[in-house]
Design a protein around this ligand. Structure first.
Ligand code: PEP
Length: 250
């Protein structure tokens, strides 16, 4: 089974109620631009998930950027996958490198979050990626494949899980790996998925993330085993995000 490509926007801690105009602008650009051979997702901050899901035109899915492992309970300030589903989210990003770094999230915790996402029937986007020091030490594949092995639940399937490879040093820096480097890591992830999940391994979408922009999207999306993008900064402007989606238009 060939993966369905996904272009996903991670708004991080950006966006106010007035930002709904940007979602509407994106819907208009998608209408004008014609069909793209990919799914389109916006993950705004928690405060906007319900409003965006209510307003979102067909063709733009709405997701969240994190969740707790529990369904509910005494976890002040946290949000559960059940609440996100209730608000209209269909995807949840887990294990973003900013959460791994800022909140000390381990592979075990990321896996438990992905399981919580699956328990609600939502799709988990599981992020992996090496730091610059790890790349310089020649440890990229070790680190990334270790994260894939230990962050993905045993029950992961191509319908409930997307893997996002995001080199930490490429996030928000304007720097990207070469397409050969991207292809090498994505192909290694594909082989690991095939080994673990058998024939289903071919069906998982593997996104590239890290300074994707309209000017480099075509090249990056053409690399072997790249099935879409996870986009931070360039997802905040509808015109830029639509320019990345162009990589999936004929
Ligand atoms: C991200 O944080 O997921 C990301 C890829 O950010 P940026 O596109 O800004 O590098």
């Amino acid at each position: 089974m060939k993966p369905t490509a996904l272009v996903a926007g991670n708004w991080k801690m950006n966006g106010l109620a007035s930002s709904q105009a940007e979602l509407e602008a994106l819907a208009n650009l998608l209408k004008e631009g014609g069909t793209a051979d990919c799914d389109v997702l916006i993950c705004p901050p928690f405060t906007l998930v319900a409003a965006f899901a209510a307003a979102s035109a067909a063709g733009i899915a709405i997701g969240a950027q994190d969740c707790h492992t529990a369904k509910n309970g005494a976890h002040t300030g946290d949000i559960s996958a059940e609440m996100l589903k209730d608000a209209g989210a269909t995807y949840v990003i887990v294990g973003h490198s900013e959460r791994r770094a800022d909140h000390g999230e381990s592979n075990d915790l990321v896996k438990a979050k992905a399981e919580a996402v699956h328990a609600e029937g939502l799709k988990a986007i599981v992020c992996v990626g090496e730091t610059e020091a790890e790349r310089d030490a020649g440890r990229t594949l070790d680190v990334v494949l270790g994260q894939v092995a230990n962050s993905l639940p045993a029950a992961a399937t191509p319908s409930n899980t997307i893997v996002a490879y995001e080199p930490v040093w490429a996030i928000g820096t304007g720097r990207t790996p070469t397409t050969d480097d991207v292809a090498e890591v994505h192909t290694a992830i594909r082989e690991a998925l095939n080994e673990r999940f058998g024939a289903a391994g071919e069906g998982f979408a593997i996104l590239y993330g890290g300074s994707v922009k309209p000017s480099n999207a075509h090249e990056l999306m053409a690399a072997a085993n790249v099935n879409g993008a996870l986009v931070g900064g360039a997802s905040l402007k509808a015109t830029d995000f639509n320019g990345i989606i162009d990589a999936y238009r004929n």
